[in-house]
Design a protein around this ligand. Structure first.
Ligand SMILES: *Cc1c(COP(=O)(O)O)cnc(C)c1O
Length: 365
């Protein structure tokens, strides 16, 4: 007798849809036989890896046959100093996706509810769904988190709330005052995860450094990544900062060597490269201006963004425009899976990359 192996699977997993990543350059090259492709689809840092990281990686080759430091001692020490928290409050991850999944696994069971906003980063529903929890998607306000509506959606069963600040794919952000008064109103048995993947790009104080609030809120978990402004997306490195108690729980279910030694060394090196981060921020700022000006000259509305991407309303189904851009060698990101069928998300690239997108969209529209 044969079995239905789909039916046999964990119910939460049966309902999952795989994560849709940005189209890789190599794939488009194979499909169209063209070169000179520009990828503005995954919010990667366009300036390349820090030179200090390259040197640090070379030093790691010699011990490539050894397991990494399972506790990431030196990276945690560097982060602890930079963030003014204890090393025992830091959980390192294979990208911040890893820590987002860990925190959900620590608390969420199948009879729980997990709340996030419409248009929120898709990893939140994926991790909650995989645990069989009930997904509670709260309608957005102006494409961002409607904090009052989220508070109203909390029930006895609510275990976790995910908030990205700034959010991807919308670029919307929350200031200190509304976010803090929101967390104050959330019952203490509900875990609030604030995902700050783009925080380094926001230098004008318009979003809070929620790590400073950890001493006030035991139910707060803040996640960050090295994939964006720090330019280490390929190496997979991120972290969570929380109370020591929550950190200790995440440490229990963490895979023993979830962060490899190259990522550990790279993380330390890039934190020392202040000029790199500065350049990343400046390139992002001027590239944002370039894309915003293009939207204005084409009369397209866009969602004001605090991230390293701009999400633009094409005023029509965006899929054919995405396809036409591909044929011109420009990869951007359709966001129909985020219930935004008319928008495209364009990651900020180098000036010439942005210009290639602009020239292409100008001829398409
Ligand atoms: C890119 C992104 C991340 C980072 O993912 P990594 O696993 O660290 O590469 C996390 N959250 C949001 C909202 C993002 O856009």
């Amino acid at each position: 007798m044969s079995c239905d192996y789909i039916e046999l699977a964990n119910p939460g997993v049966q309902k999952l849809h795989p994560y849709q990543a940005g189209k890789p350059v190599s794939e488009l090259e194979r499909e169209l036989g063209i070169t000179n492709i520009v990828k503005l689809a995954s919010n990667e840092n366009p300036i390349g890896m820090s030179g200090l990281v390259r040197k640090a990686l070379e030093k790691e080759y010699v011990d490539g046959c050894r397991y990494p430091d399972a506790n990431g001692h030196y990276l945690k020490a560097a982060l602890s100093e930079k963030l003014a928290v204890l090393p025992s409050q830091i959980t390192l991850g294979n990208g911040s996706n890893d820590v987002l999944e860990m925190i959900a696994k620590v608390y969420v069971q199948s009879h729980h509810e997990v709340i996030f906003s419409e248009h929120a980063f898709c990893v939140y529903p994926i991790v909650a769904q995989s645990l069989g929890a009930k997904l509670v998607e709260v309608p957005a306000k102006d494409y961002g988190n409607d904090l009052d509506a989220i508070l109203a959606a909390i029930t006895e069963k609510t275990k976790m709330i995910f908030i990205a600040n700034p959010n991807n794919p919308t670029g919307t952000w929350l200031g200190a005052e509304p976010l803090k008064s929101f967390i104050q109103k959330v019952p203490q048995n509900v875990i609030v995860v604030v995902d700050e993947a783009y925080t380094e790009y926001v230098t004008d104080g318009s979003i809070p450094n929620t790590i400073e609030w950890l001493s006030e809120f035991d139910n707060l978990v803040v996640t960050r990544t090295y994939s964006k402004a720090y330019g280490l997306a390929a190496l997979r490195l991120g972290y969570a900062v929380s109370s020591e108690a929550i950190c200790g729980l995440m440490n229990r279910l963490r895979q023993p060597f979830n962060v490899n030694s190259f990522a550990l060394a790279a993380g330390i090196a890039v934190m020392e490269d202040h000029a790199y981060l500065q350049k990343a921020i400046e390139v992002n700022k001027s590239g944002m201006q370039q894309l915003v000006s293009n939207c204005e000259s084409l009369g397209l509305s866009y969602i004001p963004s605090a991230g390293n991407f701009l999400t633009v309303d094409m005023g029509q189904n965006a899929m054919p425009i995405y396809e036409k851009l591909l044929r011109k060698g420009v990869i951007v990101r359709p966001v129909a899976n985020y219930n935004m069928p008319n928008h495209l998300r364009i990651s900020i690239g180098l000036e010439l990359e942005n210009q290639k997108y602009i020239d292409s969209i100008n001829t398409i529209l």
